[in-house]
Design a protein around this ligand. Structure first.
Ligand code: BG6
Length: 497
C-alpha cells in the first residue's frame, strides 16, 4: 500500500492504527507492506517513530510485538509527488520492497493529499508505468497477475463540475473496478448493519415509508473545533467536509429501496437512485431548507472567523443543517433532517427514525396524550458513535393503578451483544479494497448526485443564509437558533437529549 500524504494526520491517527488492528485480528495478509510518501525528509525508522505514539493512543490494547511486526513492514520515501522524476525513484523503491516482503506487484495507492494533487499524481503514476493491471510486472511471482488499485479520499472534488472532471481523470488511468472512492463512515458497523436491520427482518421494513415515518434525523456532532486544519477547512466547510459525503451515505442506506442482491453493483445502483430523488430547492427558497452556523469564542479559544488561518470575514460554515425531501413514492412528505457541526455539545453520530403517532388516539383522555404531535416514543435510534447501539422507544403503561403512559426503551448494545471491540472504520475498508470488494465504496454517479443535491447550499444562492453567520452559535451548544427554527416550523425538535 502506497500512501501519498503520509506525513499528515490521517495516516498516523487513522490509517496506520487501522492497519495495526487488521494485523492484530488476522485480517492483513502477512506479506503486505506499507510505503508512506510525502515531502518531509525522513528515514523509515524516523517515520515509524513519528507515528508510533498515535498508534499507541488510538488502539485499545497496544501490543509491543504486534506493533514491531507491522512496523518492520512500514517504510517511507520522501519526494515531491508533482515531480515526474520522483516516480522513477518510487518505482524502484516499490520493486525493492516487493522483493524484500514477497509482494506480487499488487499495489494499492491511497491518496490522502489536497484535492488539487489528485489529478497530477494519477497522471504521474500512469506515466511512470506503475499501473499494469493484469500484466506481469513484479519479478517475485512471474506467473501471477497483478492488480493496481487506487483509494481516493474525500472531499471528492470541490463541487459538481470538479467531481465530474476528477472522475474523468481517474478513468483515464484506472478501470472503474480499480477505483475505490472511500467514505470511512461506510466502514462503521452500525452504518453497515442498517441494511441488515432493514432487509433481514420483516418487522421493520413494512413500516419504512412515508405512511408510518414522520421524519428522520441524521446527526454527526463533534465537540472539537477546526484546530490546525484551518487552511483546509476554510476552503471546505461542513457541507463539503461531512454532509456531501458521510451524511449522504448514511441517508442513502436509510432511505434506499432494497437492492436486488447484496452485490456492489446493485447496492450502488440503489444508493445513486435515492440520492437522485432528493428535491433540489429553488435558489430563492434556500432559507426554508437550510441553517448554517459558525462557532463563537469560548474561554481562551477564538471564534472561528477570528482563528489563525481563516480568511478575514470568512463565511465558511462550521455547522450545517438541511431539510431534505424526496420526490418518490416511499418518502414523499417525510423530511430527512441532516446536521453536522464542530464544537457542539457532544460527540455523537446517530440516526433517529421518528414514527407517526397512531392514526386514532384511544388514549386521548389520558393526560399527556391528548395532542397528536410526535412524542419521544415511537422512535428508533441508531447510535453510531460514541457507542454502537440501537434503541427502540415506545409507549408503555406504568405499572400501578390508573392509566399512566410513559415511554420506555429497549436497547441493544453491539459490543455487549457480540463481545467485540469497535475497530477503526478504515481498516475493514482498506482490506476490502485489497480483496477487490467495492460494496462499501462509492461509484461515480452517487458522488456526482450528492454534489448536485448540495450545490444550492454551497453556491451563490447560499449567501442569504451566510449573512449573520459569525459566532451565531456558542461552543458547547447544539448549534444556531436557525437550526431549531428549521424543525420548529413543522412542530418538530432535534433529538438533543
Ligand atoms: C472527516 C472530516 O472526514 O471525518 C473531519 O474531515 C471529521 O472534519 C471526521 O472530524 C469525523 O470522523 P469520525 O469518524 O470521528 O466521526
Amino acid at each position: 500500500m502506497v500512501i501519498f500524504g503520509a506525513s499528515g494526520d490521517l495516516t498516523s491517527r487513522k490509517l496506520i492504527p487501522s492497519m495495526y488492528e487488521m494485523a492484530r485480528d488476522g485480517g492483513l495478509s502477512p506479506d503486505t507492506c506499507i510505503l508512506g510518501v510525502s515531502r518531509t525528509g525522513m528515514s523509515d525508522e524516523q517515520f515509524r517513530d513519528k507515528i508510533e505514539p498515535d498508534v499507541r493512543a488510538s488502539v485499545a490494547d497496544f501490543n509491543e510485538s504486534t506493533w514491531r511486526n507491522l512496523a518492520d513492514r512500514i517504510h517511507y520515501q520522501a519526494g515531491d509527488a508533482t515531480d515526474a522524476g520522483f516516480y522513477q525513484q518510487l518505482r524502484s523503491r516499490i520493486d525493492q520492497l516487493s522483493g524484500q516482503h514477497g509482494c506480487r506487484g499488487n499495489i494499492l495507492f491511497f491518496l490522502s493529499v489536497a484535492a488539487n494533487l489528485y489529478e497530477p499524481i494519477i497522471r504521474q503514476i500512469a506515466d511512470a508505468g506503475l499501473v499494469t493491471e493484469g500484466k506481469r510486472w513484479c519479478s517475485i511471482d512471474p506467473g501471477a497477475r497483478s492488480w493496481q488499485r487506487v483509494i481516493v479520499e474525500k472531499p471528492f472534488g470541490h463541487d459538481a463540475p470538479s467531481a465530474v472532471e476528477l472522475n474523468r481523470a481517474l478513468g483515464r488511468t484506472f478501470e472503474e473496478e480499480s477505483i475505490y472512492r472511500i467514505d470511512h463512515y461506510l466502514g462503521k458497523d452500525v452504518v453497515q448493519s442498517l441494511l441488515v436491520f432493514r432487509f433481514a427482518n420483516t418487522v421493520f421494513e413494512p413500516l419504512w415509508n412515508q405512511q408510518y415515518i414522520d421524519h428522520v434525523q441524521i446527526t454527526a456532532a463533534e465537540t472539537l473545533g477546526v484546530r490546525d486544519r484551518t487552511s483546509f477547512y476554510d476552503q471546505t466547510g461542513a457541507i463539503r467536509d461531512m454532509l456531501q459525503s458521510h451524511l449522504m451515505q448514511i441517508l442513502a442506506f436509510v432511505a434506499m429501496e432494497p437492492p436486488t442482491d447484496y452485490t456492489p453493483e446493485y447496492i450502488r445502483q440503489e444508493k445513486a437512485k435515492i440520492i437522485d430523488a432528493i428535491e433540489i430547492p429553488a435558489p430563492d427558497r434556500i432559507g426554508e431548507f437550510a441553517a448554517l452556523g459558525q462557532y463563537g469564542s469560548s474561554d481562551g479559544s477564538p471564534a472561528y472567523h477570528e482563528s489563525k488561518g481563516v480568511a478575514p470575514g470568512s463565511t465558511t460554515e462550521t455547522y450545517a443543517a438541511l431539510a431534505l425531501h424526496f420526490d418518490n413514492w416511499r418518502w414523499a412528505g417525510t423530511p430527512f433532517y441532516i446536521r453536522t457541526g464542530k464544537m457542539l455539545a457532544a460527540k455523537r453520530t446517530e440516526i433517529v427514525v421518528q414514527f407517526k403517532p397512531p392514526a386514532a388516539n384511544l388514549f386521548k383522555l389520558v393526560p399527556g396524550l391528548e395532542g397528536k404531535s410526535p412524542r419521544p416514543a415511537n422512535r428508533i435510534v441508531f447510535e453510531i458513535a460514541p457507542s454502537e447501539r440501537v434503541s427502540l422507544r415506545f409507549e408503555a403503561k406504568k405499572p400501578g393503578s390508573g392509566v399512566v403512559i410513559e415511554s420506555i426503551e429497549m436497547l441493544a448494545d453491539f459490543s455487549e451483544q457480540f463481545h467485540l471491540p469497535v475497530v477503526e472504520a478504515y481498516g475493514p475498508l482498506i482490506v476490502d479494497a485489497m480483496r477487490g470488494d467495492q460494496t462499501l465504496f462509492k461509484d461515480r454517479s452517487e458522488i456526482e448526485g450528492a454534489w448536485n443535491a448540495v450545490m444550492p447550499f454551497i453556491g451563490p444562492a447560499s449567501d442569504s443564509i451566510r449573512r449573520d453567520i459569525h459566532a451565531n452559535y456558542a461552543p458547547g451548544s447544539w448549534g444556531p437558533a436557525t437550526a431549531d427554527q428549521l424543525l420548529a416550523r413543522h412542530g418538530r425538535q432535534w433529538h438533543n437529549d
